[in-house]
Write a protein that binds this ligand. Structure first.
Ligand code: FAD
Length: 504
């Protein structure tokens, strides 16, 4: 009897899948999961999510190491989009005005720069301490160079270095941006397109530094407000790490009509008359293939990879070249469980992370996981921190054995007086490819890729690498929500999707 019922259910499912065309989502990171969640609320078509790793959450996933949680990069949840706040609130209800029992912690951003064995608040503020930390001569040069930029005739800006110098002045740029940008991107800032700064660098100026200092001087302790969340000064942080939030989204969609195919990838995409007619999916382990004729496809995978699945036509050779030359920056984090660590500043250290702005070491940032959430590390007498490196997949650093990278990280921490090997209790290492889409290489021709992808009626590119844009979680979520709305309302003009995240 049970067997009979079971086969009945299987047949019913099979008939259902045959009757309706499935919707395919490629990638189960924040973008793909948001699409799955939004679709599952609105329609009953079968949804298939193809994910080439064994887990969900993409760059924003939790990595579990023994009983500890690693957040790749430290993820602040902040936004100015009401629609995104509504989405976060649906998953983890929260009350901004009060600390309550929500699964989100309400955090204040506390970041510093370690430079020349001194700590500087980030964003930099014009305070007396800045004068004695940098010296009178440097301080004067900062003001002089800044004023010079203000009175200079404006010329067309063609790279990141020019934009930074024009905003901050040469001296401030040289002290705080030049080396760090090189560490993060691996190329000098004059080789990076200025669009990145438009999206990412707060347009702080000496004027706003001054205003900030005045505000700080007179500021009473303010309640958390929506505008603070918008600026990122205050942010939400899932108590159990960002990945726990995405695991919850996944749990909600798993109840519905959605099938997750882990360790699967795409083998081929067939396009006819500007429409995806067929997608062939491959099991990474068994190499078994399955065919789908999707109604819509939402792709959050790197554009460079997506193009590998399209049939190559000689008429589109140039386009394939552009996609093949898109560049990415890869990422390594070395988490350490330590007895103690020190920074050249009075305790307690409340920073969530510290930028390491010294050229003597390759490490770029220090994460203090305990300050993101005390729930990431249960061992209260030990500290849980992470050392971040930016590199390129396959370069000398990336290819080093794990043990060597860990040893190197300890040596570097020792060099800048943060800890010694005797302080280290445990450690691990995580590598992430394509953590950042780079705004150089063939980025300049990206609009040609946009037009090509826009023309495929039932394809919606979404998310960070899916659009090759340096998008944060909120913007990624918005690309997902907006593309679902577009697809379901039959809109095929997708230009507005590519504008999400542009400065307003
Ligand atoms: C160091 C660091 C710090 C960050 N800090 C913040 C922050 O503080 N605040 C913030 O808002 N954002 C932050 N971000 C950005 C945030 O992580 C991303 O915006 C977000 O994770 C992108 O989501 P996504 O779904 O577009 O892409 P991803 O997270 O990259 O997900 C894509 C998914 O597709 C899968 N995939 C790839 N190729 C294939 C394929 N061929 N077939 C099937 N599946 C495939 C991947 O395994 C992955 O699961 C940070 C990012 C990094 C790297």
């Amino acid at each position: 009897m049970t067997n009979f019922l079971l086969s009945l259910i299987i047949i019913q499912n099979a008939v259902f899948y045959m009757k309706q065309k499935p919707i395919l989502i490629i990638g189960a990171g924040p973008a793909g999961l948001t699409v799955a969640y939004e679709l599952s609320k609105k329609i009953e078509s079968p949804i298939v999510v193809v994910e080439n790793s064994p887990s969900v959450g993409g760059l924003s996933q939790n990595i579990y190491f023994k009983d500890k949680i690693i957040d790749i990069g430290g993820h602040r949840f902040y936004t100015g989009y009401k629609r995104v706040i509504q989405f976060w609130n649906e998953i983890y209800p929260f009350e901004l005005k009060k600390e309550n029992n929500s699964k989100f912690l309400i955090k204040k951003r506390e970041v510093a720069i370690l430079f020349n064995q001194k700590m500087f608040d980030y964003p930099i503020r014009l305070q007396v301490s800045l004068l004695w930390k940098l010296g009178f001569y440097n301080f004067l040069n900062i003001i002089r160079d800044y004023l010079k930029e203000r009175f200079k005739k404006k010329k067309e800006i063609t790279n990141l270095e020019e934009i930074l110098i024009s905003r901050f002045g040469k001296k401030l740029y040289e002290l705080f941006f030049k080396e760090y940008t090189l560490k993060v991107w691996g190329i000098p800032s004059n080789k990076i397109k200025p669009e990145w700064a438009d999206q990412r660098i707060d347009p702080i100026s000496i004027r706003s530094i001054l205003l900030n200092s005045l505000k700080n001087f007179s500021r009473k302790k303010t309640a958390y407000t929506l505008s603070a969340l918008e600026e990122g000064e205050t942010f939400l942080y899932p108590k159990l790490g960002p990945g726990a939030f995405w695991e919850e989204v996944h749990r909600r969609v798993s109840d519905s009509n959605t099938k997750f195919m882990y360790n699967h990838s795409i083998s081929e995409i067939q396009v006819e008359n500007n429409e995806i007619k067929k997608i062939i999916i491959i099991n990474n382990k068994t190499m078994e293939k399955k065919e789908y004729s999707p109604e819509f496809v939402f792709s959050s995978i790197p554009i460079k990879d997506l193009f590998n699945y399209f049939p190559k036509k000689t008429s589109e050779e140039n386009l394939f070249k552009i996609a093949a030359h898109l560049q990415y920056r890869d990422y390594v984090i070395v988490p350490f469980l330590v007895k103690k660590f020190s920074l050249p500043v009075k305790k307690p250290y409340n920073y969530e992370w510290v930028y390491i702005n010294t050229p003597e070491v390759k490490l770029a940032r220090l994460q203090i996981f305990d300050n993101w959430s005390p729930f990431l590390n249960k061992e209260k007498d030990l500290n849980w921190i992470g050392v971040e490196y930016f590199c390129n997949e396959g370069d000398l650093f990336w290819n080093k054995p794990d043990k060597e990278i860990i040893k190197n990280a300890i040596n570097e921490l020792k060099k800048i007086n943060i800890l010694t090997e005797q302080d280290v209790v445990d450690s691990t290492i995580i590598r992430k490819t394509k953590a950042y889409p780079v705004y150089s290489g063939s980025f300049i021709d990206l609009d040609k890729i946009h037009s090509y992808l826009n023309n495929i009626k039932n394809l919606y590119p979404i998310g960070r690498n899916g659009m090759h844009r340096y998008l944060n979680l909120d913007q990624v979520v918005l690309t997902a929500i907006s593309s679902v709305e577009m697809a379901l309302s039959g809109k095929t003009v997708k230009d507005s999707l590519w504008k999400i995240g542009d400065p307003s």
